[in-house]
Design a protein around this ligand. Structure first.
Ligand code: SF4
Length: 154
């Protein structure tokens, strides 16, 4: 399972996707399921940027943190619905590994933005990453995937 935006799908909050030809190439030979948890949660493209407040995705599942727009709209239910739908898709397809886009409030694996909307990063995971890991699915950031592929470590 791979974050759809990493594969060029225009599903990001700003209506864009990423262009990472080397990442796409490194996935050849794998059975890849593209997924955008925020779209699966019913959010539109484009949509307002969101950040986690009160903690990371793990704390969202303990009802101690949430996902908000800069003007304070609580979109936590949509992010949680997207994560649950992503998990269901992963389990239905027997997914063992997810390569997700770091820094996203859904897909972040190592770092997330700190909720100040000032582009400040802190250690933590997104809402979907936390749920997948809780259910035994290995999740790694796209940068870690590329490094491990270079070292023949996956
Ligand atoms: S980072 Fe995840 S939620 Fe955000 S656009 Fe990419 S796939 Fe969708």
């Amino acid at each position: 399972m791979v974050s759809a935006c990493l594969l060029g799908e225009k599903c990001r909050y700003n209506g864009k996707g990423y262009h990472f030809p080397s990442l796409v190439e490194s996935l050849s030979g794998y059975s890849v399921i593209p997924v955008c948890p925020e779209i699966l949660g019913g959010l539109p493209v484009p949509r307002p940027p969101c950040e986690l407040k009160g903690g990371d995705g793990e704390l969202v599942w303990q009802a101690q943190a949430g996902v908000f727009t800069e003007d304070g709209r609580d979109l936590t239910p949509a992010f949680c619905a997207g994560a649950c739908n992503t998990l269901a898709l992963a389990e239905k397809n027997g997914v063992k590994l997810a390569v997700l886009k770091d820094r996203s409030p859904s897909c972040g694996c190592n770092k997330i933005y700190d909720g100040s909307f000032r582009r400040r990063l802190v250690a933590g995971v997104g809402v979907t990453t936390a749920l997948l890991k809780k259910h035994g699915i290995k999740v790694i950031a796209e940068t870690d995937w590329s490094a491990r592929r270079r070292n023949n470590d996956v």
